[in-house]
Design a protein around this ligand. Structure first.
Ligand code: HEM
Length: 510
């Protein structure tokens, strides 16, 4: 019965979309927030489906940072959206315990298993503590830098050499996705998928990862009963999801077995451990924890941890790098300033070498440019919460029990109240203090890495990786956007570019 209702919901929603779109086009009126009888605000959302992020931002500007979405007669489709920093601070930090991710999130993101993104309470606390201990381990930092630099030297540079020699265009977004996929696989298991090479090979498990991301996003958009029907019938996106899930799981379990064998066979000399300090080796050695990771049936737990880390560290980084290089390629003065800083602080002349963390930290202008990119194009554009109990937000809005809440990180970067009248301008300078350091902005205003107890554990690691890549690319190559190539965000869980980033590459030296 519930399934039929879900199916009807979709048919009616589409009918309503066509009738209303025709009617509204002819009336030449497009109100930002209109609450229709029966259909609520769904028509407005459907008419703006190609520009959901902008539409949400307009609704939030219209509602002074708060928007109550009404789904009309459609069950379970009401939610509220906020971009008010005080409300955000309240939800993410001050009253954190009242705002878990909620059951809808759990269901949609089911492929993640019981990893950190879907866990709550004590299980989440233990997982987070463990992840932080790995991230703060010196051996992990060394391994991270080593993997990143090697991927630059043996993956990225050969591809850029190749395309610059032939004078052909390349999709930088695709290169970054391949880059981060290979590196995150190395960091998690010590396994290199080698997807970033001149041939740009099709790697089935990498493709499966992309397919899963797309299918999960479709779940997100459709009424729950509809995607559940598709899942039950094993058709459409749900069939695709199941197939991709199987392929990716095979890769995960094979990598776990390979990593176990490697760990058993390798000598336990401290030098070797330092050379390959992966998340998995840390999990397996975590005898003090609650789980015995050495026993075979703990593979499911390892699979869930590994998948969460791959999901966390792959697309976020590649999305940020793509938007960053778009800004650099289209703002020659910013490119010049980054180049000057690299020359001054690193005495860099195109030769790749191992940078210390202090050297990378000295690149203030580069850091500011990355922050500015994250402000306007946060790789995770929304955050989801559900109110356990009724609450009142600092803005005065009432939140009834079980309200679904969205925080629009994307919109927060575009609010005058937070960033001033020039909030839509790309200005790295806004991040630099008079003394020449990086301006501190509280995480409930600059939310790209989330705020409060669930803030990103990979923030420092991300800056290290992005700086290594940025220095290598900018000091060796000039990137030119292919003329007429459209740049626009994709509707997805992660803020990718819809059509990729097509560029031509020329060498700076020789
Ligand atoms: C530019 C790069 C990155 C951005 C913008 C970013 C952003 C975020 C955001 C917004 C969240 C909160 C998600 C939620 O609660 O639903 C998050 C959580 C997380 N991130 Fe990142 N992230 C980045 C890179 C990384 C990397 C490289 C890793 C490690 C491989 C990582 C590991 C995590 C983990 C484990 C969490 C879960 C924290 C928790 O729930 O306690 N992130 N990140």
């Amino acid at each position: 019965m519930a399934i039929l209702v879900g199916y009807l919901e979709v048919v009616v929603a589409f009918l309503c979309f066509f009738v209303l779109s025709y009617w509204m086009k002819n009336k030449n009126s497009s109100p930002i927030v209109k609450d229709w009888p029966i259909f609520g605000m769904l028509p407005g959302l459907l008419l703006n489906v190609g520009r959901v992020l902008e539409h949400t931002t307009e609704s939030l500007i219209y509602g002074s940072g708060f928007h109550e979405f009404k789904g009309g007669w459609f069950p379970n489709s009401d939610f509220v959206v906020t971009s008010d920093p005080m409300d955000v601070n309240h939800i993410l930090t001050k009253n954190f315990a009242n705002y878990p991710k909620g059951s809808d999130f759990q269901e949609v993101f089911e492929p993640l298993g019981d990893g950190i993104f879907r866990s709550e309470s004590d299980v989440w606390k233990a997982q987070r503590k463990f992840m932080l201990s790995v991230m703060h381990d010196k051996r992990f930092e060394l391994f991270l830098k080593k993997c990143t630099r090697q991927k630059v030297e043996k993956g990225l540079i050969p591809v850029l050499e190749h395309v610059s020699k032939l004078g052909i265009q390349v999709d930088l977004q695709e290169l970054f996705q391949r880059f981060t996929f290979d590196v995150v696989g190395l960091l998690v298991f010590g396994v290199d998928s080698n997807s970033l090479s001149v041939e740009l090979p099709l790697i089935p498990h990498e493709k499966a990862f992309d397919d899963m991301e797309e299918a999960v996003f479709i779940r997100y958009l459709l009424p729950k009963s509809f995607w559940k029907l598709l899942k039950w019938l094993q058709i459409g996106e749900e069939k695709k999801l199941k197939e991709a899930w199987d392929i990716f799981d095979r890769f995960l379990y094979q990598s776990i077995s390979a990593a176990r064998e490697k760990l058993i066979s390798r000598s336990k000399s401290p030098v070797e451990e330092e050379e390959e300090f992966t998340f998995l080796s840390a999990f397996l050695a975590d005898q003090g924890g609650q789980t015995d990771y050495t026993c075979e049936n703990s593979n499911k737990i390892l699979r869930d941890h590994a998948f969460s880390l791959m999901a966390a560290g792959r697309d976020t980084l590649s999305a940020c790098l793509t938007w960053f290089f778009w800004f650099v390629a289209t703002n020659p003065s910013i490119e010049t300033k980054i180049l000057e800083e690299i020359k001054e602080k690193l005495q860099e002349n195109g030769n790749l070498r191992f940078f210390s963390t202090e050297e990378l930290n000295s690149l203030v202008y580069l850091h500011a440019t990355l922050c500015e990119t994250l402000r306007l194009y946060p790789p995770v554009p929304f955050n989801h919460k559900t109110a356990l109990e009724a609450d009142v937000l600092p803005s005065g809005h009432q939140v009834p029990q079980n309200t679904k809440m969205l925080i629009s990180f994307y919109s927060m970067g575009r609010m005058h109240e937070i960033w001033g009248q020039d909030c839509l301008e790309f200005k790295p300078e806004r991040w630099i203090t008079k003394q020449g350091g990086i301006m501190h902005v509280p995480s409930y205003k600059f939310t790209a890495f989330n705020a409060g107890p669930r803030s990103c554990v990979g923030k420092d690691m991300s800056f290290i990786q992005m700086k290594i890549i940025a220095v290598a690319l900018i000091s060796n190559y000039r990137l030119q956007l292919v003329e007429g190539h459209p740049v626009t965000p994709k509707n997805s869980i992660i803020l990718h570019m819809k059509y990729g980033l097509k560029v031509k590459v020329t060498k700076r030296f020789g």
